[in-house]
Design a protein around this ligand. Structure first.
Ligand code: DP6
Length: 347
C-alpha cells in the first residue's frame, strides 16, 4: 500500500520469520554481515512482523515504534542504518525521516528469530517506499533486496523468500544473497516449543562473535556444516523429511558444541530443552518422523510431516503442559498490507 502525497507516503508489509536448518553462526565481515558459512532455513507462516513506514517531514531523525512504544536511539540505530542504505541506493539523501511502526507476532529475542522477520519487513517496505519516491530509479530485485535485509540482521536475508531458502556464502557483499530453493508446499510443518519467551542473556550477535573467536571446534564446525548442507539439499530434492531432519538435527548439535568449546564456554540449552529433545527422540522411536533444532535460546523447534503435526502437538502438550506451543507451516515471501488491513489490525 502506498498513499498519495510524498510527504506522508506510507507503506505497510508483513514478513515471516525463518528457522535455520543449517545454522549461520559467525561473520567474516562484521560491517557487511558476510557469513562464515552458507546457511539454509524454512520460512514459517504463523510467526511474523507487521511494519509500516511513513515519510514524515516533521521528524528530525528516523523513529522506531515497537508495539506503539517509541524506542530509544540505541535501539533505533540499526533501523536507521538500513534506511540510510536505501537513501543512498535510491539517490535521495534528502528524503524525509521515516517513522517505523512495528508489531511482532513472534516472541521478541527468545531465540524465535524476530530479527529475521523484522529486518525483512523493513527492507521490503523500504524498497516500496523509496521506489514510490523515486520511480525513475530501476527496480531492485528480490535478490538484491536480500542484501539490504542482511545489513540489519544476517538471518533476515533468508526471510525475503518463502519456503526453503539458502543464504549463500558468496564472494562478497553483492552475491552473499538469499536463494529460494523450494516453496515447501508439501508435507512439511514445524511445532515450536517456546520454553522461555524472556529476553535472552547472550545475544546471537555476541554469541557468534565469541564462539568464532575462541571455540576450539570452530573450524571443524565450518567444514562439517558444509556436509550437513549438502544432505539437507538432497533431502529437499527428494522431499524426504527423514533425510532433512537427520541432517538438521546433526547440524544443530554441532552448532551447540561450538559453544561448549568456546572460552569461556556457554550454552543456550536448558534442562527443559533437553527434556523436550529426549521426548522428540522417544516420538521417533515410536515411528513419528520428528526432528529438533534449537537456536540462540532455550526453545526447541520440531520439524515433522504436516500430516503428523497434530499428533506431535498433542503429545508435547500432554507431556509439557507448562510449555507454550506454536504450530507453523511453510510461510511465503513478504507481502504488502493495504491501508485498510493495517488500520483494522492496529487502528
Ligand atoms: C542461531 O541473524 O540474529 O538463529 O546477524 O548478528 O543479527 P545477527 O544475528 P542473527 O543470528 C541468527 C543465528 C541463529 C542461526 C540462524 O538463524 O541461522
Amino acid at each position: 500500500m502506498v498513499s498519495q502525497s510524498l510527504d506522508t507516503l506510507s507503506v505497510a508489509t508483513r514478513a515471516h520469520t525463518n528457522i535455520a536448518l543449517i545454522k549461520y553462526w559467525g561473520k567474516r565481515d562484521d560491517a557487511l554481515y558476510l557469513p562464515t558459512s552458507t546457511s539454509l532455513s524454512l520460512t514459517l507462516d504463523s510467526l511474523y512482523t507487521d511494519m509500516r513506514l511513513t515519510f514524515d517531514s516533521r521528524l528530525s531523525a528516523d523513529e522506531l515504534h515497537l508495539a506503539g512504544e517509541k524506542q530509544d536511539e540505541a535501539s533505533t540505530a540499526k533501523v536507521a542504518l538500513v534506511l540510510s542504505l536505501f537513501r543512498e541506493r535510491y539517490n535521495c539523501p534528502d528524503a524525509s525521516a521515516v517513522r517505523v511502526e512495528s508489531h511482532n507476532h513472534v516472541p521478541t529475542a527468545a531465540g524465535l528469530a524476530s530479527s529475521s522477520s523484522g529486518f525483512a519487513a523493513l527492507a521490503f517496505a523500504a524498497r516500496a517506499l523509496f521506489e514510490a519516491a523515486r520511480p525513475d530509479i530501476p527496480r531492485m530485485s528480490d535478490t538484491e533486496l536480500s542484501t539490504f535485509a542482511r545489513r540489519g540482521s544476517g538471518s533476515a536475508t533468508r526471510s525475503i523468500f518463502g519456503g526453503f531458502v539458502e543464504w549463500s556464502y558468496g564472494t562478497g557483499s553483492s552475491d552473499s544473497v538469499a536463494v529460494p530453493l523450494d516453496n515447501a508446499d508439501w508435507d512439511v510443518a514445524m511445532v515450536v516449543a517456546a520454553i522461555s519467551t524472556q529476553h535472552k542473556k547472550i545475544s546471537s550477535t555476541y554469541g557468534m562473535k565469541h564462539t568464532a573467536a575462541t571455540s576450539a571446534f570452530y573450524s571443524l564446525w565450518r567444514e562439517a556444516s558444509e556436509k550437513d548442507l549438502q544432505e539437507v539439499l538432497a533431502g529437499i530434492k527428494q522431499r524426504d523429511i527423514d533425510v532433512i531432519g537427520a541432517a538438521m538435527e546433526a547440524n544443530c548439535m554441532k552448532f551447540h558444541a561450538t559453544m561448549f568449546a568456546a572460552n569461556p564456554p556457554f550454552t543456550y540449552m536448558t534442562s527443559k530443552s533437553m527434556q523436550v529433545i529426549e521426548f522428540v527422540h522417544a516420538l521417533r522411536d515410536e515411528g513419528v518422523s520428528a526432528y529438533f533444532t534449537m537456536d540462540a535460546g532455550p526453545n526447541v523447534k520440531i520439524l515433522c510431516r504436516r500430516s503428523d503435526q497434530a499428533v506431535v502437538h498433542e503429545r508435547l502438550a500432554a507431556a509439557f503442559p507448562d510449555i507454550t506451543l506454536f504450530d507453523a507451516t511453510p510461510g511465503s515471501a513478504p507481502e504488502l498490507l493495504s491501508e485498510q488491513q493495517w488500520s483494522e489490525l492496529y487502528g
